[in-house]
Design a protein around this ligand. Structure first.
Ligand SMILES: NC(=O)c1ccc[n+]([C@@H]2O[C@H](COP(=O)([O-])OP(=O)(O)OC[C@H]3O[C@@H](n4cnc5c(N)ncnc54)[C@H](O)[C@@H]3O)[C@@H](O)[C@H]2O)c1
Length: 339
């Protein structure tokens, strides 16, 4: 077994020395992150780990110089990595993170942190104990539209927020299975819950109503709700309501938050910010996705040891997970859940 690469050595990486990155998961989003990493100077995708070596080899063929593995431990023993990207489905978390924590390897992990709250709660404590650098895939926090929105909200008193996440059902096999994905609110709408927390503070109480209306009839093996609405009361008294659905046809969808404030209405969607005040309406347009900025920020933190730029670390993201899992509990027992 190779000697652990110490934190102090990691911090001393020179700018002209390539950072070695490992990717875990070989699906759609691992490939998306691999594409971004290839655009970042000074970064090498050194290894790929899949649920089988064959899958990892297939993906590694497109990443020059990357070694392929079917087991995380074997990958860490064989390659000295500066950081790892975890891009696996919600039910596959746990052992991967524990292994990385044991090896002191900083990691970026895609949202959601799991399909429940108990595991992220435990992992957050282990990460805290090691003071490990982590970043979670809440890329909306890095978008220009959200940066401007956060600035704008400083001058507004918000009373009410409404929001929607509407789309079609993702076709990856695990998504439709409640025990694997956790359902849409945990899996996708988590982005909006995370933005509420990032922009307005902590959530105190949630009440959810979910239903099954259409996709069960269209697809085999569906156990997730396909419609739902979640009302939230925040610590500062703001009331928010988010709806989500995955019943829409492919190519139709909306993601938005609407803020009702003492000065008017602010409508946010990822690429647009509309400000409506008495007698005036202004719309601003943006074209970034937040993904590249998110990755660069994480890698810079790993390189310098300064994590101040990371907008969603593991402990923070675990609070978002707590709220989305509380919504699931509420949808099941019909009662409000206080966080
Ligand atoms: N931030 C975003 O906006 C965004 C967008 C899409 C997906 N995601 C997230 O990315 C994650 C992955 O989604 P995806 O679309 O790539 O799914 P996918 O099904 O396409 O890929 C998942 C991959 O993980 C692999 N895998 C599962 N368990 C593993 C294990 N123990 N070790 C190694 N590999 C394992 C599978 O074999 C598969 O290759 C999900 O949590 C999803 O929510 C985030």
């Amino acid at each position: 077994m190779n000697v652990l690469w110490s934190k102090s050595k990691r911090k001393s990486i020179e700018r002209d020395v390539e950072m070695k990155i490992g990717l875990i998961g070989t699906g759609g989003f691992s490939r998306m992150h691999a594409g971004l990493l290839k655009q970042i100077e000074g970064v090498q995708i050194a290894s790929i780990c899949g649920s089988s070596s064959a899958k990892a080899e297939n993906m590694a063929a497109g990443c020059k110089g990357a070694a392929a593995f079917g087991n995380v431990k074997k990958m860490l023993e064989a390659v000295k990595l500066d950081a790892v990207y975890i891009c696996v489905p919600p039910m596959a978390h746990g052992d991967i993170e524990k292994e990385l924590i044991q090896w002191d390897i900083p990691f970026f992990v895609e949202k959601p942190l799991g399909n429940d709250y108990e595991l992220p709660r435990q992992l957050a404590a282990m990460i805290e104990e090691k003071s490990l650098i982590t970043s979670v895939g809440y890329q909306f926090r890095y978008m220009q539209s959200v940066y401007q929105l956060k600035k704008l909200l400083k001058d507004h008193k918000v009373g009410l927020v409404t929001g929607n996440w509407g789309g079609s059902m993702p076709q990856v096999h695990w998504w439709r299975d409640q025990t694997q994905s956790g359902g849409q609110f945990i899996e996708q709408t988590t982005h909006l819950v995370d933005l509420l927390r990032y922009l307005l503070g902590e959530i105190r109480e949630v009440h959810a109503v979910y239903g099954e209306q259409i996709i069960k009839e269209k697809y085999e093996g569906v156990t997730v709700a396909d419609i739902g609405t979640v009302s939230m009361k925040m610590e500062n008294g703001i009331v928010a309501n988010l709806t989500n659905t995955c019943i829409l046809p492919e190519g139709v969808g909306n993601i938005e938050l609407v803020f009702y404030t003492d000065q008017g209405i602010i409508k946010w969607s990822p690429k647009q910010l509309k400000i409506i005040t008495a007698g005036e309406e202004k719309t601003h347009y943006y074209d970034d996705s937040g993904y590249l900025e998110q990755s660069k920020t994480f890698l810079q933190a790993v390189q310098t040891g300064n994590r101040a730029g990371i907008l969603a670390g593991y402990a923070d993201a675990a609070k978002t997970q707590k709220a989305t899992c509380a919504a699931l509990e509420s949808s099941r027992n019909g009662l409000s859940v206080v966080l």
